[in-house]
Design a protein around this ligand. Structure first.
Ligand code: ARG
Ligand code: ZN
Length: 496
């Protein structure tokens, strides 16, 4: 089936990223014919100058509407209630520090493409406990606090809203982002890259990470899972509230929730014993009785990748299987998988891919979306490392040859300069991984894996740019690697 075929394509060297239509993507994926001049540090973004621009933009040239200036979020407390009629109402508390004197500030919230019915209604906004003014237009919620905020001050914004809107088209790929509902009735969040602000008011940009509490009240008998640990479960008359806490910094796009009345939490006690990581999967009841066998290898996978990349960054891991998604996604501590992947031969490689993202993407998060190869190239490279773990160097080399051949014949574009309207193009994945293969060949195994471990240690829980990675690689190898990175990341043609 086409959706699953493209899921498989995303992770096995075909031409497209994880989109629903392979053909369309292949066409869009072509890089502009005028190549930008090679530069190792992909051009650091100039932030917008005028106060009006910084009000509603953090300055990402790919997606100027995402993120906002003037403050840094430290924490989100999201409270959702699933009503009997299926609507979800929301209450989000945003704790932030002002980075400038502010007489107003903006949160990303809602959608421009949504039909009016689908736009959440803001019912109340308070700043530091006092009613504030607000103007909700499209994707921006501009808040006027009762008193101006001073630079350096911490402030708390509460937003009450209803309903939580369903998913709407992403600006970065031809799929919807936000809340999904699968054929089985399972409801869940798919947000990467621009869907987080469809379900909670936020500074929706990866450069502003924060800790999260996600609390979901559901009818009794339904379960709700989210990132991190279940820290409380409160039974009331006819309802249960599940409180999940992610106490490591997380980008907004990695926040997720899975809600269903036909699901179970399956804890992998052996993985806990072996790794010290709380491994819990969120599975449909029938799958919980008979989980995919590849899931048994989770502890081994965590072990293999920790040896190569440095310690697993978080306290928990697990996957949730959902229907109606059509892909896989590395939400922090809780990756999301389409149920059709459960018995696909490719499952093992997709498990490795999403697990590797916990280091590359989740702990080390791109500062700007244009550096998405720092996520997808590295996660795709991890597939090659797993193939090597299983089949040795011959298997690794064979797979590389196969993928280079495919990348050439389908004309994949350079990983360092994707198009904003097709962020997850095949070249970002496959040519991104091949860039790391080239680096490994250039500096040798010892230095190469030192580079990876130094990079994950130095930038753990933070943000990264291509220039940061190149600097670590040059430092540890004591070489000028500008030609290698320039050609592999930015040339139209695949080198060699
Ligand atoms: N990061 C995902 C992966 O592992 C791709 C996400 C694409 N976005 C989406 N909304 N499907 O390949
Ligand atoms: Zn990926």
């Amino acid at each position: 089936m086409i959706v699953l075929a493209s899921v498989v394509a995303a992770c096995t060297g075909s031409t497209s990223g994880p989109t629903t239509t392979t053909e369309a993507t292949t066409t869009i994926a072509q890089p502009p014919t005028t190549a930008s001049p090679p530069t190792t540090a992909s051009p650091p973004t100039t932030r917008p100058a005028s106060p009006d621009e910084t009000l509603t933009s953090i300055g990402d040239p790919f997606y100027p509407a995402l993120g906002n200036g003037g403050y840094d979020v430290t924490r989100y407390d999201i409270e959702l209630t699933l009503l009997d009629d299926g609507t979800i109402v929301g209450f989000t508390t945003v704790t932030a520090v002002a980075t400038a004197d502010l007489d107003r500030f903006s949160l990303d919230f809602g959608s421009t493409s949504a039909t009016p019915d689908d736009q959440p209604t803001v019912d109340a906004v308070r700043v530091d406990g006092v009613d504030a003014g607000w103007d909700h237009d499209g994707e921006e919620l501009v808040v006027t606090p009762p008193a101006a905020l001073t630079a350096g001050a911490s402030f708390v914004t509460e937003v009450e809203y209803s309903p939580v809107a369903s998913a709407a088209e992403s600006r970065a790929l031809p799929v919807a982002v936000g809340w999904y509902e699968g054929p089985s009735g399972v409801r869940y969040v798919v947000a990467e890259p621009d869907g987080a602000h469809r379900w909670f008011p936020s500074n929706d940009h990866p450069s502003d990470k924060a800790t999260f509490s996600i609390s979901v009240t559901v009818p009794a008998g339904t379960i709700a899972a989210a990132n991190g640990s279940l820290v409380d479960q409160i039974d009331d008359i006819g309802t249960t509230t599940f409180v999940w806490e992610e106490d490591d910094p997380m980008a907004t796009y990695l926040a997720t929730v899975v809600v269903s009345d036909r699901y179970a939490v399956v804890r992998d006690e052996a993985a806990w014993a072996a790794t010290g990581i709380d491994v819990r999967h969120i599975l449909p009841d029938d799958m919980a009785d008979d989980p995919p066998i590849a899931l048994d290898r989770t502890a081994e996978m965590i072990g293999v990748l920790s040896d190569l990349f440095g310690p697993y960054p978080f306290d928990e891991y697990g996957v949730a299987f959902v229907d109606g998604f059509g892909a896989a996604l590395e939400n922090q501590t809780l990756s999301l998988f389409d149920t059709e992947l459960a018995d696909a031969p490719i499952l093992e490689l997709v498990l490795i891919h999403e697990l590797a993202h916990q280091w590359f993407g989740d702990s080390l998060t791109p500062r700007w979306w244009e550096d998405i190869w720092l996520n997808e190239g590295f996660a795709t490279f991890a597939e090659l490392l797993w193939i090597e773990h299983e089949g040795g160097e011959t298997a690794y080399r064979d797979e590389i040859r196969r993928r280079i051949g495919q990348a050439r014949s389908s004309g994949l574009g350079p990983p360092g300069s994707p198009s904003p309207s097709n962020l997850f193009a095949g070249g970002v994945y496959q040519r991104g991984a091949l860039t790391l293969v080239a680096l490994r060949d250039e500096v040798g195994d010892d230095v190469f894996f030192e580079i990876l471990r130094a990079y994950t240690a130095r930038y753990a829980y933070g943000n990264v740019t291509t220039a940061d990675f190149v600097a670590v690689a040059e430092e540890l190898s004591d070489r000028d690697l500008s030609v290698l990175f320039d050609t592999w990341l930015y040339d139209d043609q695949i080198p060699g």
